[in-house]
Design a protein around this ligand. Structure first.
Ligand SMILES: O=C(O)CCC(=O)C(=O)O
Ligand SMILES: [Fe+2]
Length: 308
């Protein structure tokens, strides 16, 4: 059996030509893993998958981990997270964007980035698709790095970038605040959602991928705060802030993005050490259910700053 690998729009690939329910040989598993590491974002369609199968398939890419923040796991399958739009919970994730009320909209991020030890990857499978919107965007930060000129790359090699975990989007410096209003129940602090008080984390502006060795531009919108000690690289604060604004514009360019419009049964696997992702959210009352498995990360990529 030979796999077909077809490019998606701009970044990532769709892989077909195998049956997830047939035994997966070591050779096929190795091929799938190599595709994941080579492309960073992988879509599978038209496979007949249930939670047990998703968990087994996800293990090809590494041991699984439990997400420390997501409360909704499945009793029968503890490795499975249910990302669900649900009355009673949605109010906490509801906000206003240019006059539109949206649930679960999330800016570009990498998962567990605020811990310094992001998970290596994750798999999302659409169980119930939103009737409109509900897209997941993926962005390739290795390609975003490659597209920078040599001078910018040389400067970034000298810098560290600080991320500050915040619940309130309006306390993040680099997300697009145009027309934004928090919802009446937007959490005001981590404790309110029973999250820990995460200390700030500094990442090299360019991270070398622990397995592939590819360089990854470590810039995402969510929680992005500042350049660490910019004077060390000869920058003043104003120059450092301008640089971050420029880099955020850079990663927002559609040439680095693939937005997935879900069909039932679709499964997307990404490399969280390389790809960022975001969600468009849905209108209130829209049903959506995604099953998620998380591939553990054994590499520390960021350093936790003084916890005080
Ligand atoms: O709901 C989605 O589309 C993805 C949510 C997300 O950011 C995640 O699972 O890490
Ligand atoms: Fe995420």
């Amino acid at each position: 059996m030979s796999l077909q690998v077809k490019p998606l729009d701009n970044v990532g690939v769709e892989v077909s030509g195998f049956d997830i329910n047939a035994p997966i040989s070591d050779a096929l598993a190795a091929e799938l893993k190599a595709i994941w590491l080579e492309h960073g974002i992988v879509l599978f369609r038209n496979q007949d998958i249930d939670p047990g199968k998703q968990i087994e398939f996800s293990r090809i890419f590494g041991p699984l981990e439990m997400h420390p923040l997501k409360a909704t796991t499945n009793d029968e399958y503890p490795e499975l997270f249910e990302l669900v739009n649900e009355p009673g919970k949605d109010e906490y994730a509801t906000a206003f964007y240019n006059g539109e009320t949206l649930v679960n909209k999330l800016d570009w991020h990498m998962d567990l980035h605020y811990t310094g030890k992001p998970n290596h990857g994750a798999v999302l499978r659409a169980v119930v698709c939103a009737s409109e919107k509900g897209l997941t965007g993926f962005g390739d930060l290795a390609k975003a790095w490659d597209a920078l000129d040599a001078e910018k790359q040389a400067l970034l090699e000298k810098l560290e970038i600080v991320y500050c975990f915040a619940m309130q989007r309006r306390n993040m410096r680099f997300v697009d605040m145009t027309g934004y209003q928090p919802g009446p129940k937007s959490p005001k602090n981590p404790a309110q959602m029973r999250f820990p008080n995460f200390a700030d984390v500094a990442y090299p502006a360019v991270v070398t991928h622990p397995i592939t060795g590819r360089k990854v531009l470590e810039i995402v919108e969510l929680n992005l705060d500042r350049v660490y000690a910019p004077a060390r690289a000869g920058l003043c604060h104003d120059e450092a802030m301008d640089l971050l604004r420029e880099l955020v514009e850079h990663i927002r360019q559609p040439e680095f993005h693939y937005f997935h419009e879900w069909r039932e049964g679709d499964m997307v696997l990404w490399d969280n050490w390389r790809a960022m992702h975001c969600t468009t959210g849905t209108r209130p009352g829209v049903n959506r259910l995604i099953h998620r498995t998380t591939i553990a990360g054994d590499a520390t990529l960021g350093r936790v700053l003084d916890e005080g």
